[in-house]
Design a protein around this ligand. Structure first.
Ligand SMILES: *[C@@H]1O[C@H](CO)[C@@H](O)[C@H](O)[C@H]1NC(C)=O
Length: 217
C-alpha cells in the first residue's frame, strides 16, 4: 500500500530532524579559536594560515586513564576542546576506563548519540527510554552498543579485570549531565525540600546524599 505524499514527506522530515545533531558545516574546515572572546554556537574559526596538522591530532586517549576515584571510572574526551579542528565537524570521541567494579554513573549527553566499542574487558550497560524502559546488554571485547541522544545511560564493570571502551559521538562537544552530581552537587544547591519531595524521602536523607557530591571545603 502506497502512503499519501504528505505522510511520506512528514516521515522523511521526521527522520531527517531526528538524525541530525550538530549543524552542518559551510566550509572545508573551521579550526576553533578556543581563546576568542566571541560567543557563537560553537567557536569562531582561527586564521587558516595558522592551521596545522596538530589542530586535528591528539594523543590524549592513547593510554588508559586513572580510575582510582570514587566511581572507579574515568572519561577522557577527544572533542573540540582538545582537538580544535573538530569545530563544525559534528563528531568526537572519548575513551572510558573502568577499574574492576567501576561504574560510569547514570548520565545523559544532551547534544549527541553515543556508540561504544569495547577495547578490553567486559561491561554491563544500559539506557532508559522516556517510557522508563531499561534496555540493557552485557558486552565483551570487540562488541558495540549505542545510546540514543539525550537518554539516561550507564556502564558498569562487573568483571574482575579492568575494562575500557572507545566512544564516538555525533557532536563536536556532546556535553555530559551526570544525574547524581547535577541534582546533589549543584552550585547553588537544589533545596533539600525539593529533592526530598521528588525522591519521596526525608530532607535528612537528602543531606546525607548531598554530602557525598558537594565539593569538600
Ligand atoms: C591515583 O593514582 C595516581 C598514580 O598512581 C596518583 O598520582 C594519584 O594521587 C591517585 N589519586 C587518588 C585520588 O588516589
Amino acid at each position: 500500500m502506497a502512503l499519501p505524499t504528505p505522510i511520506l514527506l512528514l516521515l522523511t522530515f521526521t527522520v531527517f530532524i531526528t538524525a541530525s545533531a550538530d549543524p552542518d558545516m559551510l566550509q572545508d574546515l573551521c579550526v576553533a579559536d578556543l581563546s576568542s572572546g566571541i560567543k557563537i554556537n560553537g567557536f569562531p574559526c582561527k586564521d587558516s594560515a595558522s592551521v596545522t596538522q596538530s589542530d586535528f591530532f591528539s594523543q590524549g586517549i592513547a593510554n588508559p586513564g586513572l580510575t582510582n576515584n570514587t566511581f572507579g571510572s574515568l572519561v577522557t574526551g577527544a572533542n573540540v576542546m582538545t582537538i580544535p579542528g573538530l569545530n563544525t565537524l559534528g563528531v568526537s570521541l572519548a575513551r572510558i576506563d573502568y577499574a574492576p567494579g567501576g561504574l560510569n554513573p547514570p548520565h545523559t549527553h544532551p547534544r549527541a548519540t553515543e556508540i561504544v566499542f569495547v577495547l578490553e574487558g567486559t561491561l554491563d550497560v544500559g539506557f532508559l527510554t522516556t517510557a522508563n524502559r531499561l534496555i540493557s546488554q552485557s558486552l565483551k571485547k570487540g562488541e558495540v552498543f549505542a545510546f540514543p541522544k539525550g537518554l539516561v545511560h550507564f556502564q558498569k564493570n562487573n568483571g574482575n579485570v579492568p575494562a575500557s571502551v572507545i566512544a564516538a559521538f555525533n557532536s563536536q562537544f556532546p556535553g555530559t549531565q551526570s544525574l547524581g552530581a547535577t541534582l546533589f552537587g549543584s552550585t547553588p544547591p537544589v533545596p533539600d525540600n525539593i529533592l526530598a519531595q521528588a525522591f519521596q524521602t526525608s530532607p535528612g536523607k537528602i543531606k546525607h546524599i548531598k554530602s557525598k557530591f558537594q565539593p569538600k571545603k
